[in-house]
Design a protein around this ligand. Structure first.
Ligand code: SPD
Length: 334
């Protein structure tokens, strides 16, 4: 990959490994062949460990086969490595965004939960989602005529096209228009009632995505949706982030006058192994998110270049809204 000024793309040979979360070798050299005792719990050479103040005191680790890319964009550190058990992995600012093995569980759910909940979605906006996975999923819906995406970081798009072609394939759909820029500013400029659905595929609320979790952003989303339009936004983990979720739910209940729901899915490589979604609709025709009216199961695979759905189906759609009691209590009380 070529180097670029002011948002440098560079090969791994030009960079050291980020010492804070990565250690490739011990003093004695590569440890790959040594058998580690099962109680080994220190930072393990040759493994990537995901350390963040958003999940203090824990760190999920993946064994690194090969470092493929490290760069620094205007917004964040970007890294791609080949893991030994989850395929290629995309990491932004030290946090796993996707792995080839389990990305389906996130991209299919964040997309089909909203789009299968309304009839004939035509205009769809994706905020974030620069890897293209959500685009790939939106493009399974034949009713959709226009897919706009606003991603802040061009490096994420370029890296995905180079290293994750089965994910970035979403960009090949002629209905897609890519805008590189700030999603908050983009939404402010959108005429009222433009979209049937908006999908906010953000990273965590520290760094460039922070504003995407705040009330003014939700207000812009509501304005940009038609009456009875839907939004689905990445909403963190019930095991780790109940306070963040409480705030999102409270804000959404004030802003969205249709329905407001929380759903979740399992993604083994995300912190705590689960991640949630906030699904809301604007005032207008009622949206019952728990009972999909626009099933995709039978129609998803007409395009031969596309893989069949791996994770989503109508049963898992409804099940995603069933919450454990501790989370249900808090979310229902907001
Ligand atoms: N904790 C990481 C959450 C990342 C959510 N966004 C992933 C982007 C995949 N398209």
């Amino acid at each position: 990959m070529a180097a670029q000024e002011g948002g440098a793309l560079a090969t791994v040979e030009e960079h050291g490994f980020p010492a804070t979360y990565m250690s490739m070798e011990t003093e004695g050299g590569n440890n790959d062949d040594k058998e580690l005792p099962i109680y080994e719990s220190s930072v393990i050479p040759g493994w990537f460990s995901e350390i963040s103040p958003m999940w203090p005191g824990e760190a999920h680790s993946l064994k690194v086969e090969k470092m493929l890319f490290q760069g620094k964009s205007d917004y964040q550190d970007v890294m791609v490595f080949q893991s030994s058990t989850y395929g290629k992995v995309l990491v932004l600012d030290g946090v796993i965004q996707l792995t080839e093995r389990d990305e389906c569980a996130y991209q299919e759910m964040i997309t089909h939960l909203p789009l299968c909940s309304i009839l004939n979605p035509k205009k769809v906006l994706v905020i974030g989602g620069g890897d293209g996975g959500v685009l790939r999923e939106v493009s399974r819906h034949s009713s959709v005529e226009r897919i706009d995406i606003c991603e802040i970081d061009k490096m994420v798009v370029d890296v995905s096209k180079e290293f994750f072609p089965h994910i970035a394939v979403g960009y090949e759909d002629p209905r897609v228009t890519l805008n590189i820029g700030d999603g908050v500013a983009f939404l402010k400029a959108v005429p009222e009632e433009t979209y049937d659905a908006i999908i906010v595929d953000s990273s965590d609320p520290i760094g460039p995505a922070q504003e995407l979790f705040e009330k003014p952003f939700f207000e812009s989303v509501a304005k940009a949706l038609r009456p009875g339009g839907v939004v689905c936004t990445q909403a963190e983990s019930i095991w780790l982030h109940m306070q963040i979720i409480e705030d999102i739910v409270a804000n959404c209940r004030q802003v969205f006058k249709g329905s407001v729901n929380y759903a979740w899915t399992t993604v083994p490589t995300y912190p705590s192994g689960v991640i949630g979604f906030m699904l809301c609709s604007t005032e207008g025709p009622h949206v019952d998110f728990k009972h999909p009216v626009n099933p995709i199961d039978a129609t998803c695979c007409h395009n031969k270049e596309k893989q069949p759905l791996k994770f989503y189906n109508s049963e898992i759609h409804s099940a995603a809204f069933c919450l454990p009691s501790f989370a249900k209590r808090v979310i229902d009380s907001k």
